[in-house]
Design a protein around this ligand. Structure first.
Ligand code: GLP
Length: 248
């Protein structure tokens, strides 16, 4: 089943970043007070560089934009270099004119995780919902930190990471040893993500080819959390040729 997922296959990873940044810039130019969802990981880094360039050189302003991030490691504060708050400040927020108070990243050091997650959901609702949410994909098909087994209607919550995800994030790009990676995270749920009016999922490289094939052509199943986007009314996968290589 491929459902409604639209595929945009680009020749290179650089073209993926340009296409994704352009989609966000088009939205923000049409609706300056847009509510956008953001992701972390290696894949969106080039997209954020391109958005920063658009701000500097093409007059793109994010002064009225509100953002929500997918997830955060449990136990890491925003000053920790591997926290997703630090990543977002470093890769995007400090390079553009988004107002810091309009950027929402779950607090990995919240005293009460349940309250933090509920407040995150409430803030999305108060902002009027997310117009366009950027996603990455894990090698096991996870989105945000919704690991295989996550239900289609899951909400923002404290989750455990699989060993595969811990290993993938400690290959030297982020953490240098699996023992440094937190075992838990706060993550927007699949139900939370599915409520965004539009979704763009990015994938580059052959390492993502199996996950992309399962998400697009496999069964609609919690075994592959990204397959639970198949019935979303406006979901586009922007991927490079290597990530598309296992699609039939
Ligand atoms: C982490 C993040 C995900 C991201 C995934 C893939 O697990 N929580 O949101 O999609 O990594 O990241 P990368 O782009 O580095 O492969």
């Amino acid at each position: 089943m491929s459902g409604n997922i639209k595929l945009q296959i680009c020749d290179t990873a650089a073209a993926v970043a340009t296409a994704a940044a352009t989609a966000f810039a088009d939205l923000i130019r049409t609706r300056p007070e847009a509510v956008i969802g953001l992701a972390t990981g290696s894949t969106p880094e080039a997209t954020y560089s391109e958005m920063a360039r658009m701000h500097k050189e093409d007059g793109l302003t994010m002064a009225a934009v509100t953002s929500f991030n997918l997830d955060e490691y449990w136990g890491l504060g925003g000053d920790h270099k591997q926290s997703y708050r630090y990543f977002m400040n470093d890769r995007l927020f400090r390079h553009v004119d988004i107002r810091p108070w309009n950027t929402h990243v779950l607090n990995g050091k919240a005293r009460f995780p349940g309250l933090e997650c509920r407040s995150f959901e409430d803030r999305i609702l108060a902002a009027g919902g997310v117009d366009l949410w950027l996603l990455g994909i894990g090698g096991n098909g996870h989105i945000a930190f919704n690991e295989p087994g996550s239900s289609v209607d899951s909400r923002t919550r404290l989750v455990s990471l699989t060993q595969e995800t811990i290993d993938a994030n400690s290959d030297g790009r982020f953490f240098s040893d699996p023992s440094e990676v937190p075992r838990c995270a706060l993550s927007a749920g699949i139900g939370t993500i599915r409520e965004a009016r539009a979704l763009i999922l990015l994938a580059t490289g052959a390492k993502k080819a199996d996950a992309i094939a399962a998400a697009v052509e496999g069964p609609f199943s919690p075994d592959c959390p990204s397959s639970l986007l198949q019935d979303h009314p406006d979901c586009t996968f922007i991927i490079d040729a290597a990530a598309a290589s296992k699609l039939t």
